[in-house]
Design a protein around this ligand. Structure first.
Ligand SMILES: Cc1cc2nc3c(=O)[nH]c(=O)nc-3n(C[C@H](O)[C@H](O)[C@H](O)COP(=O)(O)OP(=O)(O)OC[C@H]3O[C@@H](n4cnc5c(N)ncnc54)[C@H](O)[C@@H]3O)c2cc1C
Length: 466
């Protein structure tokens, strides 16, 4: 489609009003760069708007996950999804971002013309012509629903967490929650409160870390000082928590045996040695996969409110789930916490008419794609809070845009080339889709090093401008 068909002009189109898109809008607004945010849903927040199952919350300390420009003091470390969405809304209101967001509008395609140096972003309500696209369309796509033999004979209900609303209650029902990742760990204790019985069925165990979710004295002190008008203690706290995460990540991977011992000790006060071996001893080493953070799971397991079973589903019967080996779990409601398919690009992307494939594309610093000019897609890191990188690389994009305006440059790009990529963690959902994903390079994937040692410093000579 040519730029002539466009009905509106702006400098930057931001796709998505999740934490990435709202962050981009803030930086565009405070730098005086004209922009429009296009959001498919009827409200902002991204996953914090759509994920409404029992216990949906973050498992990164919110001090770190919130934006650096808008700390959110709290007596709790991990916040529920509705509080996170309220926070994002308050950021949008406070910085006057709402008026630039078009809700209920899906971007269907974006086409770049290298001769004009402009994108035409197509939506059902018309096209927008822009010099840059910042894509914050997220990376979760449709729910991942494994196939199980016999589901058609099952008389109960099977529901994916994607479609589950926390308002629902299951009194007197035998609920089987399938999964052992963050979603299952967050949901299990909360579902137990509203169900007749709750069994968490995991195919294989995960490392789980339980917290009391109370702000530590250091957090409280830094937040108190922030309330008194001092900014630097919160900045220090964010960096400290990030450093702690990175050190644990590196140390656990370097020394897997003590790391395994640590988790055995952690669960010893809750389960006996047989259960520890069966349900809490993964076949991989700590931090090869993201470590789910539990709140209240230990207590729920001790009380018997949450029963944990480890096994593979062989088949469904009308009233139960049968595991390989023959064990039968009575089941009226089966909740699938089996995650999502990954998809980094939710609309058609073209450069001079040629369609861009995400599969294997080189992904510079988690912000620019090889051979796609004037395009930024800020992403986070796998093992830590998303914003620790997404916010930094958004600022990188703003610097590039300002540099181009100051020097009257039309396009910026990096070359399309082959790069090798091994993700820093290797969970099933990532490995399943790995060939389809962009390949990250020019980042250590350790925010402490990347941010402090200037890995995302803007050096104009490293980029191609016209
Ligand atoms: C329950 C849950 C807990 C999580 N906890 C953590 C955590 O503790 N720490 C952490 O770092 N990460 C966590 N994550 C990962 C989380 O996805 C990221 O942290 C972050 O929210 C990603 O934000 P985003 O804005 O990039 O994407 P999303 O939140 O997915 O938002 C993308 C937005 O783009 C919109 N969109 C998509 N396609 C289009 C289109 N074609 N046109 C217009 N709009 C479009 C969507 O409607 C959506 O609003 C969690 C995820 C979930 C689901």
């Amino acid at each position: 489609m040519s730029a002539r068909g466009a009905t509106e002009d702006t400098t930057v189109v931001v796709v998505g009003a999740g934490i990435t898109g709202i962050g981009a809008a803030y930086y565009l607004r405070t730098n005086g760069i004209p922009y429009l945010v296009i959001e498919a849903n009827d409200d902002l927040g991204g996953v914090w708007h759509t994920q409404r199952w029992h216990g949906a919350r973050c498992d990164s300390d919110f001090v770190k996950y919130s934006y650096s420009f808008q700390p959110h003091p709290s007596s709790r470390c991990l916040l529920d999804r509705d509080e996170i969405q309220r926070y994002l809304r308050s950021v949008a209101e406070q910085f006057d971002l709402l008026r630039n967001i078009r809700f209920s509008t899906r971007v269907t395609s974006a086409s770049f013309d290298t001769t004009t140096g402009r994108w035409v972003v197509q939506t059902p309500h018309g096209a927008i012509r822009a010099q840059f696209v910042i894509n914050g369309n997220g990376y979760f796509n449709l729910p991942h629903v494994p196939e199980f033999p016999g589901v058609d004979t099952f008389d109960g209900e099977i529901i994916h967490t994607f479609d589950l609303d926390a308002e629902r209650k299951f009194p007197g029902k035998n609920v089987v929650l399938v999964g052992s990742g963050s979603t299952a760990i967050c949901a299990a204790p909360e579902l137990a409160r509203v169900s007749g019985s709750m069994t968490m069925l995991q195919r294989s165990p995960s490392y789980i870390y339980e917290v009391d979710n109370k702000a530590t004295p250091l957090m409280r002190l830094c937040q108190y000082l922030y309330g008194r008008g001092l900014g630097f203690p919160i900045k220090f706290l964010r960096n400290y928590l990030q450093l702690r995460d990175d050190v644990i990540f590196v140390a656990f991977r370097a020394f897997p045996r003590p790391a395994r011992w640590f988790f055995r000790q952690h669960w010893q006060d809750t389960v006996n040695s047989e259960q520890l071996k069966r349900d809490f001893s993964p076949s991989y080493s700590p931090w090869e996969q993201r470590i789910p953070v539990a709140i209240g799971l230990k207590e729920a397991v001790r009380r018997g409110a949450v029963r944990i079973e480890t096994g593979t589903i062989a088949r469904f019967t009308p009233s139960s789930v049968v595991l390989v080996g023959g064990k039968e779990l009575q089941c009226d409601v089966c909740i699938l916490a089996t995650g999502f398919e990954l998809d980094f690009l939710k609309f058609e992307l073209r450069v001079d008419g040629a369609q861009i494939e995400v599969r294997g594309i080189n992904f510079y610093k988690g912000i620019m794609w090889g051979g796609v000019p004037n395009y930024f897609q800020p992403v986070g890191v796998w093992h830590s809070a998303w914003t620790q990188r997404s916010e930094t690389v958004t600022r990188f994009a703003i610097k590039v845009i300002k540099h181009m305006a100051a020097h009257q440059l039309n396009t910026v790009s990096i070359e399309r080339k082959e790069v090798d990529y091994t993700p820093s963690i290797t969970p099933g959902y990532l490995m399943r889709d790995l060939p389809e994903l962009p390949r990250l390079y020019a980042s250590w994937e350790l925010p402490t090093l990347d941010n402090l040692l200037g890995r995302y410093r803007f050096a104009p000579r490293k980029l191609n401008f016209t």
